[in-house]
Design a protein around this ligand. Sequence first.
Ligand SMILES: [Zn+2]
Ligand SMILES: [Zn+2]
Length: 398
Amino acid sequence: METAYLAHSLSDRIGEFIQIRRDLHEQPELAFQEHRTSEFVAQKLQSWGYQVHRGLGKTGVVGTLQRGHSHRSMGIRADMDALPIQERNTLPWTSQRPGLMHACGHDGHTATLLAAAKFIAQNPAFDGTLNLIFQPAEEGAGGAVQMIADGLFQHHPCDAVFALHNMPGIEAGHFVFRSGPTMASSDDVTITLQGAGGHGAMPHKAADTVVAAASIVMALQTIVSRNVDPLKTAVVTVGALHAGQANNVIPDQARLELSVRALDPAVRQLLKDRILELVQLQAASYQVQAQVDWRPGYSVLVNSERETALACQVAVELLGPGRVTPRGEAITASEDFAFMLEQVPGCYFFVGNGGPGTPGACSVHNPGYDFNDDLIEPGAAFWVRLVHTYLKPAQSES
Ligand SMILES: [Zn+2]
Ligand SMILES: [Zn+2]
């Protein structure tokens, strides 16, 4: 029965997973410290008959269910970590841990995948191997990289991987897909300037790092406006600029912190080349020394065409075309699922958390954010249907 996904089997039992979501929300855990969450996920998966592999990426958990004889396999990933934010909400399930909060909805992603996990275990009408990947440390610490380094895809080969993220500002339960580059690479850069300090009254006897820093900030703006192809996407943000303490002292040091983003590896390289070159030339012109510390972060997230088309088709069949956007916009935020998509084709997509004017519209990483529990049912129903479609038995029983 096609309609069983939403009408009866799943929706009747979704209350259990709303409770789980709220329980996870009350007890948020930071990157690689998701001990309670990971223990809970592992126990649940085990109780439903999954083979459970723990310790990949420290607190990561993989639950595997194998049915039939097919060698086909797929992975679905949910992230589990919270953020160092003091929650402002006063809900019955508000965070009980001071200074920590599930402000990105990873509590909801985890509960949604658990809901699907239970339903699939009870309705295992598929042929192949299903790997449910519960990942730690998505928020900047690179939990996906750590799981891959620990042999995620050697232990659990996947022909394709999928993941979802909630999206505030979009109508609740509306699915948004995009093929190709979808989220940006993100690199962190620290520029340290070393000059000659001196008395503010005698600038001719100093090499002023404040003037050099100011000039570098302005010069950096020309990279996006003058060097990058106007039809491409790039961001160079100077988010911090530190120099000096007093009005009559010329400081001998200044420091700039940059966030650099692109949707194309060639643009990413161009930004790096130009920043390194421009900083040195600018610094030299002010007679100060510059040191650039370049720390590569997340890669560009690229969705594969075939898997995106399949996921989109499954969403349309489940929800109707009115609740699905097949070609959404790329965004300049970053996501470490990009590293899994570098290894295996797949699709990362968004599910609306609530349209403008609703509580679900509050931005992620905001102290007033909360995951919209109404997403658990369509999210889980989607995962179930995707598994039954992707790992469809050769001769399906009716
Ligand atoms: Zn986040
Ligand atoms: Zn997130």
